[in-house]
Design a protein around this ligand. Structure first.
Ligand code: SF4
Length: 485
């Protein structure tokens, strides 16, 4: 018999086939990607902080089931607060984040790194409460603690106010009896010799993106340009499928009326790039010097620097290529891996690099502009210079979306998908740090006191190469679209 856990019960609530595959077809489970791993890490850090805020409790700091159950039982006998308490009832093993004793039993607080209570949190908390009830403990309250995204860290390891609690008791109470059936159903699924026959549907994406999507809905090799790659057109794509068109090559000419969709279809039919001459005209009108910039940022659920908000995007690196009218190109960059707050030096050196005149070209410029506004708010002595920057921005992503398509882009205008259609030699796949998530993970590692000096240097080198490629990519794209390369 396979033991259950809270996560397994919730997985089964999403899709019985998912739980079966997770249990018996581990070979199909893809490796955890960097973004997911950093979410887990961030969740662990929030758990640490929750325990630190409440400090007076027994931390069941072991993954060994029997040891964890023993420590929990002992703490309950002494009516102590318990963190990561373990319970095993009806073949279900759970770990409860925070249990606080009160005069009639215990108060359960589950801790999440999200910034709001989500629908699935109710079932999650209900499953936890059910197991604790089975263990004969009276829960006087079930609450969920989540991140207050308005919390601003004032330093000195003071995180009081970081977590907001919401009482879920009435909802949990209403559904408690349902858990018996959830557990029974999950056990029945796990007793099956073969995977349950379940078609793909809404459940594959909610409340969690299922890791078996590729297995359950393998790509049809005959469909190279699925109609759902049309941007912002879910309804239209469904309509086209109803009409019998699954690939944009099958859609009759004249059926699409959005100029972007028509350009995509044209590029696909001719199997090559399509660029509206308006793009060339707009780009040629940009004066010199031109400043191509890109920021790398990181967002911590638990802020580590004073005056930072939870999940605030903290800029730690920029790259800037400066292009003169005679074709000369200079490259400047900034990256601070000291572990100190990088923002002031980031802003000061940026001001120096991008001077006061000339367009600032960015890909998805709104992101960089928002960071500049935040820095201006934070540093009054730099505000007047920083606040001159946003008006100088030119967004290359908007221009690309409006005027360019190549069939290899597969419905994505990310710079990582546009660049290879123009300069295939600039391949992000050859870089050690090849995307923003990898840059964030590299930064986390680089600022960690436990990272060796040699490793820090390697990470720094990889991060500098990556960010420099992002800004050089924009130079190459504009050169190509203005017939300079
Ligand atoms: S992809 Fe969909 S159908 Fe397949 S296991 Fe996941 S949720 Fe179930």
């Amino acid at each position: 018999m396979v033991n259950l856990s809270k996560s397994k019960i919730i997985t089964h609530r999403q899709c019985s086939k998912r739980l079966w595959l997770q249990t018996y077809r581990k070979d199909l489970i893809p490796e955890i990607d960097i973004a997911t791993q950093s979410r887990f890490d961030e969740g662990n850090r929030v758990g640490d902080i929750a325990r630190r805020i409440h400090h007076n409790g027994i931390f069941v700091d072991t993954l060994k089931k029997e040891d964890a159950l023993f420590i929990t039982k002992d703490a309950i006998a002494k009516h102590q607060a318990i963190f990561e308490a373990a319970f095993f009832e009806q073949d279900v093993l759970i770990r409860a984040d925070l249990l606080f004793p009160d005069k009639n039993g215990y108060r359960l607080v589950e801790v999440k790194s999200s910034t709001a209570v989500k629908d699935y949190h109710y079932e999650d908390a209900t499953a936890q409460a059910w197991v604790i009830h089975q263990a004969g403990i009276n829960l006087t309250q079930v609450a969920l603690a989540y991140i207050n995204n308005q919390f601003v860290y004032q330093g000195d390891e003071n995180y009081v106010g970081l977590l907001i609690e919401q009482d879920l008791t009435p909802n949990v109470h209403d559904r408690l009896d349902d858990v018996t059936n959830w557990v029974k159903a999950a056990k029945e699924t796990l007793a099956l010799q073969e995977e349950p026959k379940i078609d793909s549907g809404q459940q594959c994406h909610s409340p969690f993106e299922c890791e078996f999507n590729d297995y359950c809905s393998p790509a049809d090799p005959n469909i190279e340009h699925p109609v759902h790659i049309l941007p912002n057109s879910k309804k239209l794509a469904n309509k086209l499928i109803e009409e019998g068109y699954r690939d944009l090559r099958q859609v009759p000419l004249g059926r699409l009326d959005n100029p972007k969709h028509i350009r995509m279809q044209e590029a696909i039919m001719k199997n090559g790039p399509v660029l509206d001459p308006m793009a060339t005209e707009e780009l040629k009108s940009l004066p010199y010097p031109r400043y191509y910039i890109d920021f790398e940022t990181i967002a911590f659920a638990v802020p580590i620097w004073k005056d930072a908000r939870s999940y605030m995007q903290i800029p730690f690196q920029w790259s800037c290529h400066i292009e003169q009218s005679n074709g000369d190109i200079e490259h400047l960059e900034f990256l601070d891996i000291s572990g100190s707050d990088p923002r002031y030096e980031f802003a000061k050196k940026l001001i120096h690099a991008i001077r006061t005149v000339g367009p600032i070209i960015a890909y998805n410029a709104g992101f960089e502009k928002s960071r500049i506004h935040e820095l201006a708010d934070l540093y009054p002595d730099l505000a007047s210079k920083l606040s001159l920057m946003p008006d100088r921005f030119f967004d290359l992503l908007t221009l690309a979306r409006n005027y360019y398509y190549h069939p290899d882009m597969q419905g994505s205008w990310s710079i990582k998908d546009v660049l290879p259609t123009i300069a295939p030699e600039l391949n992000y796949g050859n870089l050690v740090v090849g995307d923003g998530n990898m840059a964030q993970e590299a930064y986390r590692e680089a600022i960690s006191p436990s990272t060796t000096v040699e490793r820090k240097e390697k990470l720094k080198d990889a991060m500098l190469k990556y960010c420099a490629q992002d800004t050089f990519a924009m130079v190459k794209i504009i050169q190509n679209w203005t017939n300079k390369s």
